[in-house]
Design a protein around this ligand. Structure first.
Ligand code: CU
Length: 285
C-alpha cells in the first residue's frame, strides 16, 4: 500500500477533528487497518465526545512537553559549568514553589471536569427505544432482543471459511443488526468468565461479568458494518470471539426482525432437540 494512502487513511479516521482531510476508506466499515495510529472514525455521540476529549488532552500534553523541554534545554545552556565556575548555593524559592504546585492542580481540574461529564454521559441512556442484551461465553457472544423475543449466538467465521470482503477473524456467522438514529440500551453479562464487549467506533468497552448486569447505550449515527472484539483475557480462544454489527435504517431493521424471529426460533428448536439427544457443547471447539 502506498505510504500516502496509509497516512490519509490514518488521518481520515479523525475526520471529525480535522475536517480538511478526506474521509477514510472505511467510512461505512469500521475496522482496524494496517499501520493504524488513530481511533476508528466515530459512529456514535459517545465516541465523538471521546475523540474530542482525547484531542484536547493531547494538546495540553504537547504544550507541557514543549514547555518542560524548553526549560531543560535553556537551563542546561544558561547554567553550564564553563559559564558558571562558582555555582549558586540557594535551594528554595517560595513563590516559584507555590506556582509549580497550583498550576498543575488547575490543569488536572481542567481535565477532570470534562472527563467526569463524559463518564456520566456514557453511563446511562435516559429514554431507550429498544434493548440489546449481550452475553459473553467461552468463546462466542449471544444476543437477545427482549423487545422482539428472540436470541441467537454469533460465532466467528473461521479463517478458511472467510468469504471475499469479510475481514479475517472479525466477521461472525450472525451479525448483530441495529437500527440507526435511535438510542439503544445495551445490557451485558457473561455465563462463565469475565469478557469485555468492545466496539471502538461506538466508544464502548464494557466488561461482561457472570452474575452481574452491566449497562451502557449506543446511538449509531449512520448505516454500516462495525467490528469489535472481546477485550478481556478470557481463555484460550479469547482472540476468536469478534463482534460484528450491521447498522441499518429503521424500516430495514423491522424487516430483519420479522425474518430473524422465524429463523432463530427454528434454530432454538433444533438446539433444544440436539441438547436432548446429547449433542456437542458448542462452546468448546
Ligand atoms: Cu472473551
Amino acid at each position: 500500500m502506498p505510504m500516502t494512502s496509509t497516512i490519509r487513511r490514518a488521518f481520515g479516521a479523525s475526520a471529525a477533528a480535522m475536517p480538511f482531510l478526506p474521509q477514510c476508506a472505511f467510512a461505512q466499515e469500521r475496522q482496524p487497518w494496517p499501520w493504524q495510529i488513530d481511533f476508528q472514525a466515530a459512529a456514535s455521540p459517545t465516541m465523538e465526545r471521546i475523540a474530542a476529549l482525547t484531542l484536547s488532552i493531547n494538546l495540553i500534553i504537547v504544550a507541557i512537553v514543549v514547555l518542560v523541554t524548553a526549560l531543560v534545554v535553556y537551563a542546561a545552556w544558561r547554567f553550564r559549568a564553563s559559564r558558571n565556575p562558582n555555582p549558586a548555593r540557594w535551594t528554595h524559592n517560595t513563590r516559584l514553589e507555590i506556582a509549580w504546585t497550583t498550576i498543575p492542580v488547575i490543569i488536572l481540574l481542567a481535565i477532570a471536569f470534562p472527563s467526569f461529564r463524559l463518564l456520566y454521559f456514557m453511563d446511562r441512556v435516559q429514554e431507550a427505544d429498544m434493548t440489546l442484551k449481550v452475553t459473553g461465553h467461552q468463546w462466542y457472544w449471544s444476543y437477545e432482543y427482549p423487545d422482539h423475543g428472540f436470541t441467537f449466538d454469533a460465532l466467528m467465521v473461521q479463517p478458511e471459511e472467510t468469504k471475499p470482503g469479510q475481514p479475517r477473524l472479525l466477521a461472525t456467522d450472525n451479525p448483530v443488526v441495529l437500527p440507526v438514529g435511535v438510542p439503544i440500551r445495551i445490557q451485558l453479562t457473561a455465563d462463565d468468565v469475565i469478557h469485555s464487549w468492545a466496539v471502538p467506533a461506538f466508544g464502548i468497552k464494557t466488561d461482561t461479568v457472570p452474575g452481574r448486569l452491566n449497562e451502557t447505550w449506543v446511538q449509531v449515527d449512520q448505516p454500516g458494518i462495525y467490528y469489535g472484539q472481546c477485550s478481556e483475557l478470557c481463555g484460550v480462544n479469547h482472540a476468536f470471539m469478534p463482534v460484528m454489527i450491521r447498522a441499518v435504517p429503521k424500516a430495514e431493521f423491522d424487516e430483519w426482525v420479522s425474518q430473524a424471529k422465524q429463523q432463530f426460533a427454528r434454530q432454538g428448536e433444533r438446539q433444544i432437540a440436539e441438547a436432548e439427544a446429547g449433542g456437542a457443547d458448542r462452546g468448546v471447539r
